[in-house]
Design a binder for this molecule. Structure first.
Ligand code: PNS
Length: 167
């Protein structure tokens, strides 16, 4: 049983994240999408909101050979990976700019948990500029993010923005 965790903030999940999940399916028997509980970052969505949105989106993926699970964690990714008895930590690399930071994390995680490998997957070119932070910023300023963020999540972002405007 090959289990991997795919850790991140997922505030919100983008089509870039989904692309990495899809590419990971043939490689593992189970993938745990692991949402970091990091309230200091002042997220747009609570962990519970992110979890239910991700579950909804993942339920549409035809993943016959790989179980997709959503979980959340606090503290170190390496500790969570070990707790889950994961063989690997999945991270997506969009462009060369991501590599230095990702390499440092991978090496630190290896030092913390030497038996857990970080697996880097390259995102599709059309998502090479997509980040949750950019998507939120553009959306909040009235720009369109369709085809970059799953439609049901855009609806939730719209509801958040309208809710915020109503306060
Ligand atoms: O979606 P992100 O923000 O790029 O994800 C970054 C994440 C959550 C993978 C990273 O910040 C992380 O692992 N945080 C948990 C704390 C930790 O383990 N820090 C040391 C990393 S070597």
């Amino acid at each position: 049983m090959r289990r991997a965790i795919f850790p991140g903030s997922f505030d919100p999940l983008t089509n870039g994240h989904l692309d990495i999940i899809r590419r990971s399916l043939p490689l593992f028997d189970e993938i745990v999408v692991a949402i970091l509980n990091n309230p200091e970052k002042n997220p747009m969505f609570s962990v519970d909101e992110r979890r239910s949105m991700i579950e909804e989106i993942l339920s549409r993926i035809d993943a016959t050979t790989c179980r997709l699970v959503v979980d959340s964690f606090s503290g170190l990714t390496a500790d969570f990976a070990r707790e889950k008895q994961a063989a690997a930590i999945i991270r997506g690399i969009r462009a060369i700019g991501d590599y230095e930071y990702e390499l440092r994390m991978a090496l630190m995680n290896r030092r913390l948990q030497p038996e857990i490998e970080t697996v880097f997957l390259t995102a599709a070119e059309e998502y090479s500029f997509v980040s949750s932070t950019l998507m939120k910023q553009v959306f909040e300023l009235g720009g369109r993010v369709d085809a970059l963020v799953p439609e049901p999540i855009i609806e939730k972002m719209r509801a958040k923005l309208n809710g915020a405007a109503a306060i």
